[in-house]
Design a binder for this molecule. Structure first.
Ligand code: PGA
Length: 250
């Protein structure tokens, strides 16, 4: 049985004061059981957030990394630095990074490999644009992103990898994929994992849905067979809304 996971992607939002308030509220409402919870603040807010969730079941992740171990890479952060700061997870290949910062399947592959080698759990994001969906290319695009992103990574270290299906047209738009539409893509991803690796790996890997997840639509999305939780942007910045999403995943 796969355990549900709710990850909050704070993106480039919040200052220290609001981040600590939000984290404390989430900690208070999260209780002792329920889905796994991962908060992904901007790098600079990782230490204060970790301070609050220490000894709790809430884990913390970064939103990006650079694949080199160290050196002259101004402005970048390595996997081992993220791990050393106390994080367990890292988001890789978010569509905003692909679209705004020019990330490709190749950079996603390098980052995913670096995360796994360092002992971080990568949350690898894939998703088609509206144009790609309208042209009927969703399946091809998702398969290209996943096979490219995981290429040459040995199955033995794929371990706890998490995949997030985030249709680009649903991110921050308020337009959620219907549970059926999301389920269809999640199922395709799982069957690709089965054909490429093994049935047991396909059954173990958690596939999150992301794109305008809210308290009101979460339960129906999470009720689908192949949806194992959510990667939540906007609604993760609101303690009450995020608590509703967590409750929907119980
Ligand atoms: P959203 O963002 O929930 O605000 O649509 C999701 C994401 O980008 O991870």
């Amino acid at each position: 049985m796969r355990k549900m996971l709710i990850a909050g992607n704070w993106k480039m939002n919040l200052d220290r004061e609001h981040a600590t308030q939000l984290t404390s509220s989430i900690l208070e409402s999260s209780g002792d059981s329920g889905p796994d919870i991962v908060l992904c603040p901007p790098y600079l807010l990782i230490p204060p957030v970790l301070e609050i969730v220490r000894d709790s079941r809430i884990q913390v992740g970064a939103q990006n990394l650079f694949w080199e171990k160290k050196g002259a890479y101004t402005g970048e952060i390595s996997a081992s630095m993220i791990l050393n700061a106390g994080c367990t997870h890292v988001i890789i290949g978010h569509s905003e990074r692909r679209q705004i910062f020019g990330e490709t399947d190749i950079s996603v592959q390098r980052k995913t490999a670096a995360a796994l080698e360092a002992g971080l759990i990568p949350i690898v994001c894939v998703g088609e644009t509206l144009e790609e969906r309208e042209e009927g290319r969703t399946e091809i695009v998702i398969e290209r992103q996943i096979s490219g992103g995981l290429e040459r990574i040995p199955q033995e270290i794929l371990g706890d990898i998490i995949i997030a299906y985030e249709p680009v047209w649903a991110i921050g738009t308020g337009q959620t994929a219907t549970p059926e539409t999301a389920q269809e893509v999640h199922k395709q991803i799982r069957s690709w994992l089965k054909d490429t690796y093994s049935k047991s790996l396909a059954e173990d890997v958690r596939i999150l849905y992301g794109g305008s997840v809210k308290g009101e639509n979460a339960a129906e999305l999470f009720g689908q067979d192949d949806i194992d939780g959510g990667l939540v942007g906007g609604a993760s910045l609101d303690a009450e809304g995020f608590a509703q999403i967590i409750a929907a995943a119980r």
